[in-house]
Ligand binder design. Sequence first.
Ligand code: SF4
Ligand code: SF4
Length: 396
Amino acid sequence: MGVTRWRRLSQAVSAALFILPPLVRTGGRSLVLLDLPRLRFFLAGRVLGIEDLYLLWFAAGGFLFAFLLAATVLGRAWCGWACPQTWFLNAGDLIRKKTRGTATSAAVRHLLFILMAAACGFVFTAWFIDARTLAARIMRLAPGPWPGGTITAVTVIAWLDLVLIKRVFCRDFCPYGRIQAALSLPATLLVGIPAAEMARCIDCRSCIKSCPMGIDIRDGLQIACINCGECIDACRTVMGRRGGEGLVAYRFGNESARDALLNPRVLIAALFLTVCLTALFWQAGHPPGADLAVRRLAGIRPRVTAKGEVSHFFDARIRNRGKRSGEFHLTVTGPGVRLAGNTKTGTLPPGGNTTLRFVLVTGRKTGGKARITLADEDGRELAAVRVTVPETASQP
Ligand code: SF4
Ligand code: SF4
């Protein structure tokens, strides 16, 4: 299997990761949905809310260290092997190749480009608005201003990318290439021809013709090279016909791969990447079953009842963080305290929330702290908060 086939496989995985998460459904929802208006994030049936935003720190840290690691060890391999811009343009190249010739095929080509661009606009927007809802709105010709505007803008940009911008963006504008060049080490992976091999070159120019960036790799390392390896396969094919080996190959710079991988910068980045990803997946995989926030009702002072007890008025905001619908109830522990009023929720769907108004009843002489707990139908404690109960002596 040549380099190009492995690269196609890698690009297919990258494309699937971009296209499928908002379209595949689980538990009646998209696999991934960033519901920005409601500040909620749906992930594989789970609902993450604003209080889970700390997970973004781990995700951002993981992204940063993965970026450092990839740029230092693999050079611009991200560009050639996984970047959406590259596989999108490769798909455009394939359409160009298959629709060469007549005016009819040119019309088909442009139609396909428009469809590709529109699909790109739809998938991008579906990361933020449920795909089914979005599709239904489009079918009614009423997508709404923001979804409609986003789809239109992304469609136009994607179409311009296919017909006009193409690889000029990779070569002249994408910051990754510049940052990667600054991060590269003498042992970073690159595509090239060792000086000793140049004598075998038969000047067939296959490597240049196959290069999507129009590079002559025989001139040495160039910043525009996206490490795609097309030239490796082209040269290997030509030289193979002559019974020889290709001249162009992936190499870890001037040093061995072991030297590249054991570099301190790489090891530190790998360590931090591992820490960030472990923390992210552990925290995301072990969320609390529900959230509980308790606050004293403003403006309502404690009241002494006919029995001589004291009622303190609170409300509890409860949110179901689990994957299934469920009912929840409040309990209390503390010396001489009990709950009254509304202490049970109805059925809450995943991500659903409600507010219960309840009364914390204490004896006339009781003060100090009480512990309010939230439990599910099976009596499992999911969350707890402590509230301070004033000494009754200070009450009216
Ligand atoms: S020189 Fe080779 S690896 Fe670099 S962009 Fe061109 S074909 Fe890809
Ligand atoms: S494909 Fe190989 S042999 Fe042909 S010009 Fe390029 S490096 Fe030389």
